[in-house]
Every structure is written in structure tokens, then in C-alpha cells.
Design a protein around this ligand. Sequence first.
Ligand code: LLP
Length: 433
Amino acid sequence: MTDLFRRLPASCWSAREGELALEGVKVSEIANAVGTPFYLYSAARLRENWRTLADALSPLGVAIHYAMKACANKAVVSILAAEGAGADIVSGGELTRALGGGIPASKVVFSGVGKTDAEIAQALRAGIHQINAESYEELWRIDRIAGELGVVAKVALRVNPDVDADTHAKITTGKKDNKFGVDAHRLGRLDNELKAMANLRLVGLAVHIGSQILTTKPFEEAYGRMRRLVLAMRERGHAIERLDLGGGFGIPYRNEQAPSAAEIAEVIRATVGDLGCALAVEPGRSIVADAGVLVTRVEFVKEGTERAFAVVDAGMNDLMRPAMYDSHHDIVPVRLPDADADFTTYDVVGPICESSDTFAKRRSLPRLAAGDLVVMATAGAYGATMAGTYNARALVPEVLVEAGRFAVVRRRVSVEEQLGWEASPDWLGSAAG
Ligand code: LLP
């Protein structure tokens, strides 16, 4: 039975009056106040995860740029900002969110293969630390826009090292058939072309090979490759002062062994620690994933011919990961089962009208009944940020808990409110509203 709780960190979860509580607040109390489903984050766990990584990396002088895409809620970002976090952004919207959460522009790096003119201009005007360019085409675009604004853009070139991250194909980014970065063997073009880019200064190189990487080997390979590239580039006269090593540090969703912060630090030290570069990483998942859960209520337990379905009120629109990547999230009942509780297997599904709306298949759980609350564990990363409103559903709220208190940090956005975002053209007449 203890296995049920393996993914709820003991540093912030406990039992209170026979129920799960986060930082001393009963989940049922929040559910009664806010309604379900909702995301629930622990401030203490966020800080703990941040500090574990920062403590391991700061002796090496590695700066941490939190990957905003994992969870961009203002309250979450402001907690990390207070810890000294920088940000890795992939859109102008994420820049606005990083600044809004209190991360200074001077600690922001901007990645992504398709930055628009407007986004590059926004970043340059804000004075961000660095743009990670992903192609020669983009270098020319940055140079042009920097020229128009009368500034010099500090740019790192993202390299595609052609290293297999050994993770899910949809979140692999460092193979040569992926759209990301410039192939290592095409860096020679920089020697001439950079000379013609008067408004751009190449300050370094960047790499990011994928996400949810569970062994150190892909990092060793990629960082080793970057080491050789930095040395080769320097030999050709480029002052490579910075090296951005990306994110991707995996975490356990069931019982996987993930590299520890200390192991990652050791790989960094051994591969690139002596280059004299200002080093940086861009982790997202490893900081927020296990600091958040999705809380949902069982609507029905439906007995089928072949299996029982626990139909919950969260859908794939609220937590997309299982539908998109077949990802696993532990499911834990909020009311703690008795020691001799009867277990049975369920398919845990949402209400959305497609079969991909399945959170778990044949999952062994203590017997559930309509009205029961359950939490989907390890949902803090790529949960709320990937949520949508498919099937005309409200946008799922987010709640933050800290030391016995809770606050709604994003309210539920009702369908009535969403309708207010829309308009019917005049020519459709008043019948359309
Ligand atoms: N840096 C860059 C350039 C990235 O593209 C990413 C993630 C990160 C950093 C952060 O990676 P992390 O440390 O979080 O692994 N939606 C997927 C994950 C997509 C990751 C995209 N890029 C999921 O739910 O698993």
C-alpha cells in the first residue's frame, strides 16, 4: 500500500484525519472551496527542488534558467524568482510571464526555432541576457532587427549534436532529423558570415537534446561533443565565452531511477568544467513536476463487461500528457485506504469524447466510488501549461499551498467568460448574438 504514495514527496505530503494533506492543508478542504478539477502546487517542494539543483550546481558556477514552459504560473515563477532563478523562454508570451513573475531580463535566455520579428524585437528591447539562435536564417533575422533597434544582440548558437537522448520520440530534440539547432558540421559557415553581422555578437554555444532523460550517458555525449566544438571554435578565432547546456533532467513518474543533481553536476564538471565558459542549464520538469498534482473527483464507477472504468471530472484537456505521450501518472485516493482495503483494477478515464482521454489503463487502486477525490501525481510540469478548453470546458484552475495556507493562483475560466472572448461578425445578424 505504501507504494500508492511513492510519488507524493514526504517532505510536503502527510496524512491528516485519514486524508491526504499538502503542507498541512487537507486536499478535500481545498476541493470543497475551489471545486474540481484543479492543479495543486507546494511552495515548499518547489523551493526544495530548486535548492537541491542550485546547491549541486553553484559550486561550478552554473546559472539556472528555469524553463518556463514547464509551469508558467505567476505565483510559481515568483517563488523561483525569489530563489534567484533565471528563465528559459520560447515565446514573447513567456518573456512577459517571466518578467511578470519577477525574473529580471538580465537572467533570461530565449530559445526556439521560430521566433518572430516581433518576439525578437521584444526580447532585444527588454535587454535579455541571450538569444539562443537555432539557424543561420535566424542569425540573419536577429542581426537585422538588432540593427533596426540600434543594439548589439548577444547570441548563442544552438547546436544539434546528433545525440540520442534515449527518451520518448516526441520529446527528443538533439538528433539530426529533429528541427532544432544547427548541425555541428555546419558551424564552419560562421567564420565568414559572422563578419557580416554587425549587430550581433556570438557569445557562446547552446545545446538541449531532449526531455525526461533518465541516464547520464546522453548528457556525457552531448556535453563532450560541445566541449570539442568550443575548443574548435576558439581555435578558429571565435571567443566562446558561454555554454548553455539545456535542460532535460529526468524524474521518476513510477519507480524509475533518475540521475541525481550531484550526478548531473559531476557530468558537467568532467566534460565542460575546465573550459572557462560561463555555464548555464535550462531545467523545467525536474523543478516543478513533483511539486504539483492534479486533483480530480470520481463522477462514476462504470462497470463494463471487460473492465471497470473510473470516470473522473478531469479530462485530457486538463492534463494532456497521457494522451499525447502515453505518460504515466500515479493516481492516489485522497481518503487514505484502510490497511486491509480491497484493491481492484480500473481504467481511469475523463469525460472527453475520444478514447485518448484515458489517464490510466488497468490500474490497481483501492475500490473507488462516485464522489471520491483522487490526485494525479507528478503533474506540476507540462500540466497546466498544456491545458486547454476542448469540449467547451472551463480552463482548469491552479492553487498554491504554503505552510498551512492555500490560494487560488489562477481561477477557473468559465465557458461564459470564454464566450466573451469571441465575436460574431455583424453580417451574421442578431440571431447569432
Ligand atoms: N530548454 C529547451 C530548449 C527545451 O526545449 C526544453 C523542453 C527545456 C529546456 C526544458 O526541458 P525539461 O528540463 O523540462 O525536460 N511536454 C513534454 C515535454 C516537452 C519539453 C520541451 N522542451 C512533456 O510533457 O513531457
